[in-house]
Design a protein around this ligand. Structure first.
Ligand code: ADX
Length: 256
């Protein structure tokens, strides 16, 4: 492994390309990105550019899952949390729609007004968490574009993940048996049945949960977080072509 070949501690003299790679093996965002040679924060942004970064990695952010009921939001939120913890992030909170509705939004129903109130409350909590260095992950249907965009503006560090899944597949899954009831007319205003779901127009990530494995979807999310600079990339995640790009770039700078 590359990192095993690296010298320990600071090194004097002309930097080698290996010095830049070392930043990618740091497991936690707080310790991430101190380049040994320069003591600068650097970041490989996935486009062949290694750039100096500010404090991006040390702050929180919000991952906002949205999609129909049974589209995979809760499952993926937990798997993404696991992966983030594996990478050394310890401050993570999941705000799951079903859970939030038993406390923070207890008593709210499923009218447009109540849903918007629910989503804005969740957004408010995410804003507080995000600005205090926590990674907030939400898993609520959040069917209305306007409310999601409101939260995006409020929170700033906002990554929208659209769990795209055909209604027919969600109905087949019907984990809680609520689609069955909605289709039988026993529940009114059920999202996708007789209530709207407005697809995101420009989400940061689209996962197609009827076509991908959960692991593939998680990888997409993680990859995007890396691209956006919220998460330190790991060694071994780059294709040989990407590695080649880094080398070329460093050659261009005279480091190789
Ligand atoms: S949201 O629209 O306000 O974002 P939220 O994610 O909190 O919805 O809650 C959705 C969950 O509430 C569903 O997973 C389902 O278990 C339950 N539920 C009960 N009634 C409805 C309904 N009419 N429409 C959608 N979900 C409902």
């Amino acid at each position: 492994m590359l990192q095993n070949a690296l010298p320990k501690g600071p090194r004097r003299g002309r930097p080698l390309w290996r010095d830049f790679f070392t930043v990618r093996v740091r497991p936690s965002p707080s310790s991430w990105g101190r380049d040994r040679t320069f003591g600068k924060k650097v970041f490989w942004n996935g486009d062949g550019v290694i750039e100096e970064r500010g404090e991006n990695m040390d702050q929180g952010f919000t991952i906002w899952f949205t999609g129909l009921s049974c589209s995979g939001k809760s499952t993926l939120s937990k798997l993404v949390e696991e992966e983030l913890r594996r990478r050394g992030i310890t401050k993570i909170e999941i705000l799951d729609g079903d859970v939030v509705r038993t406390n923070l939004s207890k008593g709210l129903g499923f009218s447009k007004e109540d849903r918007d109130t629910n989503i804005k409350r969740i957004g408010f909590v995410c804003k507080l968490l995000t600005r205090n260095g926590v990674v907030a992950i939400t898993a609520a249907i959040s069917p209305y574009r306007e409310a999601r965009e409101f939260n995006r503006r409020e929170i700033g560090r906002f990554v929208e993940v659209y769990c795209k899944c055909p209604l027919s597949v969600c109905i087949e899954r019907d984990v809680k048996g609520l689609y069955k009831k909605a289709l039988a007319g026993e529940i009114k205003n059920y999202t996708g049945v007789d209530d709207p779901y407005e697809e995101p127009l420009n989400p940061e990530v689209i996962v197609e949960t009827d076509k991908e494995t959960p692991e593939e979807s998680v990888r997409k999310v993680i990859r995007r977080l890396e691209e956006l600079g919220y998460l330190a990339p790991e060694v071994g995640v780059y294709t040989p072509e990407e590695e080649e790009k880094v080398k070329k770039r460093l050659e261009g700078w005279g480091y190789l």
